[in-house]
Ligand binder design. Structure first.
Ligand code: FMN
Length: 390
């Protein structure tokens, strides 16, 4: 594929997704692509976005578009960023490194998950100005303090508390594929790996000393000794350490983190006044890409009500697939949009060149749709005439 024009070969996210599927072992694909239950909320995310029409404009003459936006007192050149994905490194060798470096060069926010396969220390040299550390909340206060200190020392500026995973979710496709937690190369998985040589070779080289598989490196330090011996083969290490947070937990975090604090996984506008009072700096509206609860509303359905409830910055994700979706979210009141799977489809399809290609694709799609709408900056998205395309 060297030398081939990426725009021609992979003009859209669907092309990246299809190619990713061909390059990933089945269990990895299922981990990345699946949702919970019957995957109804995942489907609803798409359906609800498609329902939002925006009235195109005519006779506006040539326009230069400005895609910049403000968040936490900084100007960001683009209105989207990289959402935290646990075990990102299972999807592609050094996924976290590739994504953090791309985020640095494009000046995008990069979210690192507590259960990623690289640690804050691993990523410190690659972080740009907008590193966000996502916390799955440790029970133990000493571990909690230590994790926050590690994130801060590594250069993460924003803390994200994920609140839509009070318990582990069930993802049947994942179980059917034979994936265990932590991932272990059973004969069944090895048979799947054998069919995907590029992935297999990359993983073997990246994780030479580690049995060829990534693991949750941030947690290494806390699971030595007693806890490690308590691990059963099916336990998700993250769940041994973490708790389901409550409002007091949020207060504790507010007291112990100086920078912006974001609460991720909000869908109910009634929760918003209390989040505001607790000192949240932004609300992240998300249904976790439909991976947690199959009767959850799509973020885009609840966005306007949440917008009406608070002046806080609103971040939105779940099912965003292109520039038009980003504009839809901004038209309904979002300040910023994040994406999870798309970056990983891009990485799995194109390796190191994937993230930049996705950014390029999204940038062009934003500009093309802004041209149709007759707007030259993103603030104007709020004033667009909205149509219900039911
Ligand atoms: C494979 C996978 C792993 C994820 N792991 C985490 C995680 O560790 N922490 C978290 O807050 N969200 C996690 N998410 C949710 C993403 O941060 C984000 O909310 C979601 O992917 C956005 O939807 P999209 O993938 O349709 O863009 C994960 C999502 C996927 C697809």
């Amino acid at each position: 594929m060297r030398g081939m024009n990426l725009d021609q070969r992979f003009p859209g996210l669907d092309d990246l997704r299809a190619h990713a599927r061909r390059r990933l072992p089945r269990f990895v694909w299922e981990y990345l692509d699946s949702a919970t239950g019957r995957e109804a909320s995942q489907a609803r995310n798409r359906r609800c976005l498609d329902r939002i029409g925006l009235m195109p404009a005519i006779l506006n003459g040539p326009q230069d578009v400005d895609l910049s936006t403000e968040l936490f007192g900084s100007t960001l050149p683009l209105p989207f960023g990289i959402a935290p994905v646990g075990m990102s490194g299972l999807v592609w060798p050094d996924a976290e490194g590739h994504l953090a470096r791309h985020a640095k060069s494009a000046n995008l926010p990069y979210g690192l998950s507590t259960v990623a396969s690289q640690s804050p220390e691993d990523l410190a040299p690659h972080l740009g100005a907008h590193g966000w550390f996502q916390l799955y909340p440790p029970k133990d206060e000493t571990i909690r303090k230590d994790m926050l200190a590690r994130a801060r020392d590594a250069g993460f500026k924003v803390l994200v508390l994920t609140v839509d995973v009070p318990v582990a979710s069930r993802r049947e496709r994942q179980v059917r594929s034979g994936l265990t937690q932590p991932p272990r190369l059973t004969p069944r998985l090895l048979a799947q790996v054998a069919q995907r040589p590029t992935w297999a070779l990359g993983m073997a080289m990246q994780h030479k000393g580690d049995g060829g598989m990534p693991h949750m490196r941030t947690l290494d330090k806390y699971i030595e000794g007693a806890a490690a011996s308590a691990l059963s083969s099916t336990a998700h290490i993250g769940y041994l350490l973490r708790t389901a947070p409550d409002w007091d937990y949020l207060d504790w975090l507010r007291d112990h983190w100086d920078g912006p604090l974001v609460v991720k996984g909000v869908l109910n506008a009634q929760d918003v006044p209390r989040l505001e009072a607790a000192g949240a700096d932004a609300i992240w509206i998300s249904n976790h890409a439909g991976r947690q609860f199959d009767a959850a509303p799509a973020p885009i359905e609840v966005l306007e009500e949440i917008r009406a409830a608070t002046p806080l910055p609103l971040i939105l994700d779940s099912g965003i697939e292109g520039g038009l979706d980003i504009l839809r979210a901004m038209a309904l009141g979002a300040d910023f949009v994040m994406m999870g799977r798309a970056w990983h489809y891009a990485l799995a399809a194109l390796g190191a060149r994937g993230p930049a290609h996705l950014t390029d694709m999204l940038t062009k799609d934003l500009a093309a749709n802004m041209g149709q709408l007759g707007i030259s900056d993103l603030k104007s998205a709020r004033d667009l005439k909205r149509l219900n395309l039911d």
